[in-house]
Write a protein that binds this ligand. Structure first.
Ligand SMILES: Cc1cc2nc3c(=O)[nH]c(=O)nc-3n(C[C@H](O)[C@H](O)[C@H](O)COP(=O)(O)OP(=O)(O)OC[C@H]3O[C@@H](n4cnc5c(N)ncnc54)[C@H](O)[C@@H]3O)c2cc1C
Length: 403
């Protein structure tokens, strides 16, 4: 990809955007370019990277907030937080393994795509941590929304709107977000040998306990061997994560094992295995196989994920595993994405959200990546887009068909 512009300041970005408006030209916006496979393919005249807009602006560990320029590498932020035993609450997925992309993910890219991992179902998505943003709109104006502390609610909705807009409303230049202390201890309880329906029941049981499970995933036998280098016990693995102070984790682990022990054989993973396993779940390791086999990320009610997979299996070749207590289903199709089938079954089950995360280019060009919106919502989205980006400069086609 040829990068045409790499401004090192917000004003530099605004100048480029104004030039694009004057030329009636469009702009693909990238950070580290590690996730440009997400969403519909973009057709733009020029490419702008935020890579040079980099650096932590302000970080006061005691206040539990951090402000960074949008092109700051995620690694730099995580290193700074780690030095103070702090972390991001939302565990952002690294998309490089499944896309076989290279480069450094940026913090702006994380918020632009609302990238959130296994802890999301208890701690919220990336957008829930975001307190404030600066961005350049399609008129080439620099705008500030939100503030540095939660009590300042001015513009908060604008902040939420920008998170997950995939660069279609503006170019993020600065983000301020809250952070959490790093838990001193962690452990994973593994229940072995359950089928998908039994696992859904066990995960529901675990969540109902007062032990604060902060990761609940089910790894069927078809994928189990691809985690921890095959180090999980034989049979499907239903994995439940606990974090906190050491003594507290030990007590809660005993309680949890008592509650789930009657469903199957139980083993425990230490902190190091826990860290590796949940990173592998986060990054969808089983399907990071160098292929472009179609990959769906489906979000439904936790009790329904396994029913969706069972229904699809009667019709087509599909492999799957579950995060978020069964409510996030990673579906890998054998050949065709079967978009119509996947979306129809989700509707039949009561609704949800299916994103086509990866597929061959021909499929990506013809299947909408995001869940199609009802007409009224689509019209509202279009009006919002027209307000932020009246000249249709940013990432044309990424989220909706170009009109
Ligand atoms: C714990 C939990 C329980 C849930 N239970 C249910 C349930 O019972 N029933 C149910 O129907 N759903 C349920 N959902 C799904 C939820 O309502 C949304 O469908 C889901 O949050 C949207 O996908 P996401 O949050 O995974 O992705 P997000 O990260 O929010 O969105 C993915 C990307 O798609 C974009 N996007 C989102 N919506 C649209 C859209 N309409 N058009 C274009 N782009 C869009 C976002 O901007 C973002 O870039 C549940 C979700 C969770 C986390």
């Amino acid at each position: 990809m040829i990068v045409h512009f790499e401004p090192a300041s917000e004003e530099g970005i605004a100048t480029v955007v104004r030039a694009m408006a004057a030329d009636k030209a469009s702009l693909a916006v990238i950070g580290g370019n590690t996730r440009s496979g997400l969403g519909n393919p973009v057709r733009a005249d020029r490419v702008l990277s935020t890579r040079r807009l980099s650096g932590i602006v302000s970080y006061k560990p005691a206040e539990m907030t951090i402000t960074a320029l949008s092109g700051t590498p995620l690694r730099e932020i995580e290193d700074a937080l780690g030095e103070n035993r702090q972390m991001l609450a939302f565990e952002p997925m690294d998309h490089r393994p499944i896309f076989a992309s290279s480069g450094e993910p940026t913090i702006g890219g994380v918020f632009a795509a609302n990238v959130s991992g296994p802890r999301r179902y208890v701690s919220g998505a990336a957008r829930d941590s975001l307190l404030g943003v600066r961005f350049v709109n399609g008129g080439g104006e620099a705008i500030k929304a939100g503030g540095r502390v939660m009590k300042n609610v001015t513009g908060l909705d604008l902040v939420k709107l920008l998170a997950g807009s995939h660069g279609t409303l503006g170019i993020l230049t600065e983000v301020t977000f809250r952070i959490l202390p790093l838990p001193p201890a962690s452990e994973t309880i593994v229940v072995s040998g359950l089928n998908d329906a039994e696992a859904a029941a066990v995960m529901a049981e675990a969540m109902a306990q007062t032990v604060e499970v902060c990761g609940a995933a089910h790894l069927p036998e078809s994928v189990r061997g691809r985690f921890l280098d095959g180090g999980l016990p034989d049979g499907a693995a239903t994995v439940l994560r606990l974090e906190g102070l050491e003594a507290s984790v030990a007590i809660r682990a005993e309680k949890l094992m008592k509650a789930v022990g009657r469903f199957g054989a139980v083993t425990r993973l230490d902190a190091s295995q826990t860290s590796t396993l949940w990173t592998e779940i986060r990054d969808v390791k089983p399907y990071a196989d160098g292929s472009k086999k179609p990959l769906w990320r489906v979000s439904v009610a936790p009790s329904l994920g396994h029913q969706l997979v069972a229904a699809l299996r009667l019709q087509t070749g599909v492999d799957a595993f579950y995060d978020w207590q069964g409510g996030l289903v990673w579906l890998r199709m054998e050949a065709d994405p079967e978009a119509e089938l996947v979306r129809r079954y989700i509707k039949v089950l009561g609704g949800g959200h299916a994103s086509l995360v990866r597929a061959e280019d021909a499929y990506r060009a013809s299947i909408p990546s995001f869940e199609p919106q009802p007409v009224a919502v689509a019209q509202l989205s279009e009006r919002v887009r027209a307000k932020f980006d009246p000249h249709r400069i940013f990432n044309p086609g990424r989220m909706a068909a170009v009109s």
